[in-house]
Design a protein around this ligand. Sequence first.
Ligand code: SAM
Length: 445
Amino acid sequence: HKVSPFLDPGPHTKSGTLAIVALSRDNLIPVYLQDSKGAHDGYAEGVVVNTRYGSFPHSTLINVPWGSQVRASNVDTGSRGRKRKRPEGEVGDAEEDAKDDAAANAIKQAATASSGFVHILPPTPELWTASLPHRTQVVYTPDYSYVLHRIRARPGTRIIEAGSGSGSFTHASARAVYNGYPKDDGERKGKVFSFEYHETRFEKMKNEISGHGLDGLVRLTHRDVYKDGFLVDGESPEAESIFLDLPAPWQALPHLSRRGPDTEEPIAGGEKPWVSPLNPKKSAYICTFSPCIEQVTKTVSAMRRLGWVNIEMVEIANRKLQVFRDRIGLHIPTERGANLTPANVAEAVARLAEIEERFRDHNKTSGSGENSSTPTAMDVDTNGDVPAEGSNGSSTYKIWKEGRLITKGEPEVKTHTSYLVFAVLPREWTAEEEAAAFARWPCGG
Ligand code: SAM
């Protein structure tokens, strides 16, 4: 199996893999990098990513260390600032023409200025969730990180997921369960068994999963799970974790029992004995994801009937915190003028001059006027010292000179996405297993 860039991107960007082009924190473009062999007419430099910060031929994005800042191309790629050609016979519309002109000019200007840059990042489930093409509502990072923790997804876990939708949860769960690609060495490999009944969505997901190198880790099945359950090629996925993002989870739950949908007893004499999709040796941990409370009550009552325990509902109320340093916040003690001594003022002025000098130096080297390499919390060592720029860490300056640390919260929590229902289906424990366990006790047997 080809190794997925989601699991091991390697040190450099490569042709033929997915990369995330970051224009800003909230503006991410997923791009399949292609060398210029994939070029087509009208492009002087192979395939090009056009953005409002300029144009970026793939040739400038390939074979650079992940995380690199890449500057816009100076070369005319021939594709920029081209006005949309009106198809013959189409009736003119002045407003539309004006819009076309404005868009073409904006792109042309950006291209001419060529001052912009982007960062090129390796794909992660978080970045993919923030940039993926939406085919459905998706599960976002604050929800799926909590869900994966609660359903005990870890390397080696087998997860059942339905429906696949846009694949946001699928990517996060694939990373969580990854413990190496399946080899025929008998070791139990983590795997995601994902089900989707919408044909177009299923096909799109299939292409994405294979384009992302996740074929060995994610098994997609085109299936109506309400009707046909969760076996794959007639075999049990032997799952111990389940995530249902479906309109009617209670219709899927009977297929997730241990002994068959309609009876407490093993089904005897049927065409085939009923096979459970669950791991018989482990308790099963489930989460269902539903926007309405009516769906929750139906799900909970089905769970109770089917023997699930520890049933609990949680809602994630996500609030973003912005943390930054306030550079203007130089503190000069001025209380009633008492501390406003010439020495204090002189010290503050000296600090200000030092900071100014740093920024001048910085702008000289970066040229963009953007503080692209301003130290972040990660650069800070335990003394609050940061390696001085261009010094290979040989001298340091104090981070507090960058200003006071400020934390700002969003005034409101984000609007409701969904209710999460969690539950556990205990493993079965037979009389034989009890006897075997008892026999192993030092005083038993
Ligand atoms: N969790 C997904 C994500 O993070 O991208 C989004 C799932 S989307 C909200 C729900 C999906 O379930 C849809 O794609 C829908 O086609 C699928 N679905 C609905 N009923 C289904 C069924 N009975 N069997 C399989 N898939 C079903």
